[in-house]
Design a protein around this ligand. Structure first.
Ligand SMILES: [Zn+2]
Length: 193
């Protein structure tokens, strides 16, 4: 094998057809991402996580992502990773912060794990807005969020990436609870035997 293919669920196209292409306000961007996440849960097409990349100044939607780890047989297929990779493919550039691009924001339903945080540092986005906190993900949905640095926010800020957490947190927690209520699959990087 020498090629890698990852894709979002088929319902994404019809979902996006009914959504605005420009969403200027961060709260509305998060509502959009949480609706995307809820759809992923109800369609049973992946874990309870969604994300999107927007142009900061215009609010133009660049890409979306949902968790497709199980269906794509790929532990890296977190929502944030999918959104960032699809934005880079769409713009045909590995650096979303390149000088000829407008600044980009990643909006995500849950605060990022170590992998996604790492990719954010490499991706070129200038802002990250998140809803649910890691303890919400762990206490409500039972996912292990894995190791993240204790000075998480400072690590991003020191690289010129603004981070805003707990945006619509109660709504983000409700989406996680919906996943539990609908008996979604919980997978973890470590398993206790
Ligand atoms: Zn992640």
């Amino acid at each position: 094998m020498k090629q890698l293919n990852l894709s979002l669920p088929n319902w994404i196209d019809s979902f996006l057809e009914r959504q605005p292409k420009i969403i200027p306000e961060p709260e509305n961007q998060m509502s959009f991402v949480l609706a995307l996440t809820e759809r992923n849960i109800r369609e049973k097409s992946g874990g309870p996580f969604g994300a999107a990349v927007f142009e900061i100044d215009s609010g133009r939607l660049v890409s979306v992502g949902v968790n497709v780890v199980v269906r794509q047989n790929c532990s890296a297929a977190h929502a944030e990773m999918m959104a960032l990779m699809l934005a880079q493919k769409k713009l045909a550039h590995f650096d979303l912060g390149a000088a000829h691009f407008p600044a980009h924001r990643l909006v995500t339903s849950g605060k990022m794990c170590a992998m996604c945080m790492g990719n954010v540092c490499w991706s070129g986005v200038k802002e990250v807005f998140s809803s649910a906190e890691p303890e919400d993900v762990e206490s409500i949905a039972g996912f292990d969020e894995g190791p993240t640095p204790p000075d998480y926010n400072n690590q991003l800020e020191s690289r010129g990436i603004r981070i805003v957490t707990e945006l619509l947190r109660s709504e983000g927690r409700a989406v996680l609870q919906l996943y539990v209520d609908l008996c979604g699959t919980v997978y973890n990087p470590t398993r206790k035997v």
